[in-house]
Design a protein around this ligand. Structure first.
Ligand code: EPU
Length: 345
């Protein structure tokens, strides 16, 4: 007899290699496929899974697995995308947490709802996008966020969180802090302002405008430019395992930045409104000679030093050995501690 449709889809000793974009080997003792908010509640009510620690896995594009996972892995596969409503000043669009982010962005543009084009081609799932407040080319998720629904992993209750309640920061949110492992994001709603206005402040987009002589690109053109820029310097995880930027761009005080500029006038830096300065981690790593280097089976991508890659058959431990060596050499030369951007398990 086939199992009832309300039964949880459970796999024991499941390989996670295909479920993380780094392609790192790790085995989940138990993997549960989550297709709806109701499935999350079934996990909470389950006699064994309910009380056990959980590990929420989205697209696996922002995680470094260094060991097998004893916690119950919840693989989020919640589908769906729809226009919630059309206000005078915005389109409100919703997607299930399991939708691939890049497909969702392309779909909104196809439907005639622009606003996410600067975030084109980012790997990972919709449900993971608020966790690290994904950002690229002058736009962050929080700039287009409306609200999200989540299910509490202790009580099984559904909650709706506003932007303020998500505590968004640079590659950060409450889901990396207080709520880490404590809730499952099930749906995310986006607020796409109308009339649409392009975000063109980023250097690479200015370069494209100059190159093409098009100073008033539409959303589709910006989408195409962003895809081209990303393809030119970021490795496609389907071809070379990676987790995007491996380190956050560090923020230092104005004095510390002046001191570094005194010794390295070329350093790429961006002054922030509060007087502190953000440094390009990729530049720091590159300056230490790491670009294109390989240690064991892990390496530094040859077109972008901020991205660590799996050269084939790497383990999570090898990736972390390389990461630590990079951190040490950047600290030795610049006195700056680089912080990993993905979740290290
Ligand atoms: N640079 C070098 N050498 C390198 C890499 C970079 O000199 O090997 C220099 C570049 O020339 C540039 C500067 O460093 O002047 C900054 O590089 P880039 O513009 O590529 O941006 P980024 O700081 O490396 C950030 C995000 C990316 C995002 C891009 C575009 C972080 C940690 N990374 O990268 O996000 O796509 O800006 O907005 O904030 C991700 O989070 O996974 C990610 C890819």
């Amino acid at each position: 007899m086939s199992p009832p449709t309300t039964a949880l889809q459970v796999q024991q000793r499941a390989s996670l290699r295909d479920f993380n974009t780094f392609g790192l080997p790790a085995v989940a003792a138990t993997l549960v496929r989550i297709a709806s908010a109701a499935d999350v509640r079934r996990v909470v009510d389950h006699p064994t899974f309910g009380p056990a620690p959980k590990f929420v896995l989205g697209g696996g594009s922002n995680v470094v697995l260094t060991r097998d996972v004893a916690a119950v892995v919840l693989k989020i596969e919640i589908p769906g995308r729809r226009l919630v409503r059309e206000d005078a000043d915005a389109w409100i669009v919703e997607a299930g947490a399991g939708e691939p982010w890049a497909d969702f962005v392309a779909w909104t543009l196809d439907q005639g709802w622009p606003g996410l084009e600067n975030l084109a081609l980012i790997p990972g799932s919709v449900g993971a996008s608020p966790v690290q407040n994904i950002g690229a080319y002058g736009v962050e998720l929080k700039d287009r966020f409306d609200a999200l629904d989540a299910v509490d992993l202790v009580t099984g209750r559904s909650v709706t969180l506003t932007a303020a309640e998500c505590h968004f920061g640079y590659r950060d949110s409450i889901f990396k802090g207080l709520l880490a492992g404590k809730s499952v994001i099930t749906q995310v709603r986006f607020r796409l302002p109308r009339p649409w206005r392009p975000a063109l402040g980023y250097l690479e987009l200015e370069r494209k405008m100059a190159e093409t002589g098009n100073a008033t690109p539409d959303a589709r053109t910006i989408f195409d430019w962003i895809c081209a820029v990303r393809r030119a310097k970021l490795p496609d995880p389907a071809v070379i395992g990676n987790a995007g930027s491996f380190f956050k761009n560090p923020v230092v005080s104005a004095e510390q930045c002046r001191d570094i500029i005194g010794r390295d006038p070329e350093i790429v830096h961006y002054p922030l409104p509060d007087g502190s300065v953000k440094l390009a981690a990729g530049w720091l790593i590159d300056a230490c000679g790491w670009k294109g280097k390989t240690v064991g089976h892990a390496g530094v991508y040859d077109k972008q030093a901020l991205v660590l890659v799996n050269r084939g058959g790497a383990s999570g431990a090898e990736v972390m050995t390389l990461a630590r060596a990079i951190q040490e050499s950047v600290y030795g030369r610049f006195g700056i501690r680089l912080e990993p951007e993905p979740v290290i398990y």
